[in-house]
Design a binder for this molecule. Sequence first.
Ligand SMILES: Cc1cc2nc3c(=O)[nH]c(=O)nc-3n(C[C@H](O)[C@H](O)[C@H](O)COP(=O)(O)OP(=O)(O)OC[C@H]3O[C@@H](n4cnc5c(N)ncnc54)[C@H](O)[C@@H]3O)c2cc1C
Length: 387
Amino acid sequence: MAHVLVIGGGIAGTATALALDKAGHDVTVYEAHPDAAEDIGAFLTLAGNGMRALAQFGAAAPVTALGFPLTSMRVRDASGAESAHVPLGEPGDPLLRHRCLRRGELNAALQAEATARGIPVRHGARLTAVEDGPDGVTARFADGSTATGDLLVGADGVHSTVRRLIAPAAQPRYVGQRVFYGYTRAAPRTQESSCITMVRGSAAAFGHAMSPEGETYWFARVSDDAPLPADAIARGTPGRWRELLVPLLRRDPAPVADIVAATGGELMVTNATELPPGTPWRSGRVLLVGDAAHAASPATGQGASMALEDAVVLAKCLRDTPDRTSALTLYEALRRPRTEHNTTVSGNISRGTHTASPATRAAAAGPASAEAAALARLLDWDTDIRS
Ligand SMILES: Cc1cc2nc3c(=O)[nH]c(=O)nc-3n(C[C@H](O)[C@H](O)[C@H](O)COP(=O)(O)OP(=O)(O)OC[C@H]3O[C@@H](n4cnc5c(N)ncnc54)[C@H](O)[C@@H]3O)c2cc1C
């Protein structure tokens, strides 16, 4: 049994803790935020592969209590014509359906699940330094406290402190899109709640879905050579972003602009970024997972699902290989090609160097046939990771 320090209590960190705990390790999560309700703004879609990963460590059921399922995706062009309507994931199994949910609620549910299983989640613990040695790795926190373990997992997101300490040259880069997103209960009901609609508009890639309760979740990815400056984001208001977006979207089919016009205070923006493929993930007893290792632009909607897959594969590697070094080597060999493929495809869509066909979008939403079977086997808790 190893004593593992997990830095970051987001999706990657809590999932890693749950999977390592199931594999018999002694895990503690250190989260910088003082409470669980971090980042309540953003929503995301968990794809079938992410739900499958959650099921391996018994966390799919609490997550299906959140948000709502998506069983199909409709694609419309700038004229409003439907170019595709494809099924999503594995609609037959309620635990494996795609889900649309708020990231803060997902984080809170996974943290609650960890706490219920006796995994300590320490809030207000902001890592500032790491000392790696032959007998253990020590984490230092901003409040002066320290913790020592056999392995330190950096799950502290795209702006990871752990990554800065082990790979200072690796920096997230802007991929040419600003992403606006929001929620409204005031938009007209235009479609069934189990369908997400993507509109390839004239000025933005727009997506919207409506919960069974009538709340519309939407995003708009707007291309721009320059990222929004941090101070503009900090000073921006929902009204300012609405004024900017609505005229751009008026050229697109209804109800795109109307949804944004109907959105009140829950309207946010961020720059789409990615970590360059080749970013180092490991140094001695330190490993990066989730966005800290392989943040991708949001275009394929796979970042959270990749983090959940990381958790299962890491736990199985540590369980099924004879020592830590071979486990981490195998983990990287299994995860790097898949995550970097996602980063590349997603980045190309964001940069406009790749037009997402309905087939590509469906593939991004979940792998097909042989690849899906191989992934299912890799994730299956009951198979040896080396088989
Ligand atoms: C606009 C947008 C839309 C997206 N849509 C989707 C989608 O539809 N589907 C999808 O799968 N993915 C989506 N993603 C990506 C997804 O949000 C990320 O891949 C996912 O949140 C990564 O989880 P993580 O745990 O690695 O990082 P995070 O969620 O960033 O969590 C990192 C945690 O570490 C903590 N932390 C940071 N620094 C420290 C420190 N020094 N010490 C201790 N703790 C620390 C943070 O407080 C945080 O809780 C989207 C991303 C964006 C920006």
